[in-house]
Design a protein around this ligand. Structure first.
Ligand code: BTN
Length: 244
């Protein structure tokens, strides 16, 4: 399977603060589908204002996307989560998703995704999809992460070639990307739900400054979480972070 991307589609950096920030600062000049990949990040960023650690040999990359319509940009990170799970499969690793877009194996985080849109006033300039994957961490590095984590080399028992992994990931991502832009979340909803570790579970959810407790019933056609609340009633959650 040859999916080689043109060389000019990449910026390769030894070090940057954050590949997402690098892309956001250059949004005007970077073309659609450009990929930034860095060996080291000094200020890697995660969701909910957290930081993100990238070890030597791990993947820190950001994709610049400039779709003609903003209709489905809110679901791009969920699409990426599904694509990441597909990319892990040939390594013998069955990954799950924790809504909205964490990628886990047995409750331990293997990859995270940070989507950031760029606007000039009300004009959409583009979107950055940042991907952090623990590819080659040793056990001590994993222990230093403040939440349960794992790494692909540990799961498969051999080092992982970052560039081959990235090429495969991008091939899979862009292979279905035009269809995703036409269809949006319904294209991947079945696969997402099948992989979502929260379905049917009682969770505590931190969402927009409040805590919600309930049972996860479903993920909607829009990619939102449908909860049966503890005190009764149903609630549609558009963003948040689940503890379970
Ligand atoms: C999460 O909190 O789960 C999201 C983590 C996203 C990390 C990646 S690493 C590449 C890109 N650059 C960043 O600063 N963050 C993302």
């Amino acid at each position: 399977m040859s999916r080689t991307l043109p060389r000019n589609a990449f910026t390769r950096l030894e070090e940057t603060d954050s590949t997402n920030l690098y892309a956001l600062r250059r949004m005007t000049e970077l073309p659609d589908r450009h990929v930034i990949v860095a060996d080291r990040q000094t200020r890697g960023r995660g969701r909910m204002g957290r930081s993100w650690r990238t070890g030597a040999g791990d993947l820190a990359a950001s994709i610049v996307l400039k779709p003609a319509s903003t209709e489905h940009i809110g679901n791009l990170t969920q699409y990426m989560a599904v694509v990441l799970c597909r990319t892990f499969a040939p390594y013998g690793v069955k990954a799950g998703i924790k809504w909205p877009n964490d990628v886990l194996v047995d409750g331990r985080k293997l990859a995270g995704i940070l989507g950031e849109a760029s606007f000039s006033g009300t004009t959409f300039k583009g979107m950055v999809v940042g991907i952090g994957v623990n590819l080659n961490m040793d056990r001590e590095e994993i222990e230093r992460i403040d939440k349960p984590a794992t790494s692909l080399n540990l799961l498969r028992g051999a080092p992982v070639d970052r560039d081959s992994f990235l090429e495969d990931l991008l091939g899979r991502f862009f292979g279905d990307y035009p269809r995703f832009l036409e269809t949006g979340f319904p294209l991947i909803r079945g696969e997402f739900i099948e992989k979502d570790v929260l379905i049917g579970r009682e969770i505590n959810l931190q969402s927009a400054g409040s805590r919600i407790k309930g049972k996860v019933l479903d993920v909607s056609m829009e990619g939102f979480l449908l909860l049966e609340c503890e005190g009764g009633g149903r609630r549609v959650v558009t963003l948040g972070e689940a503890e379970c």
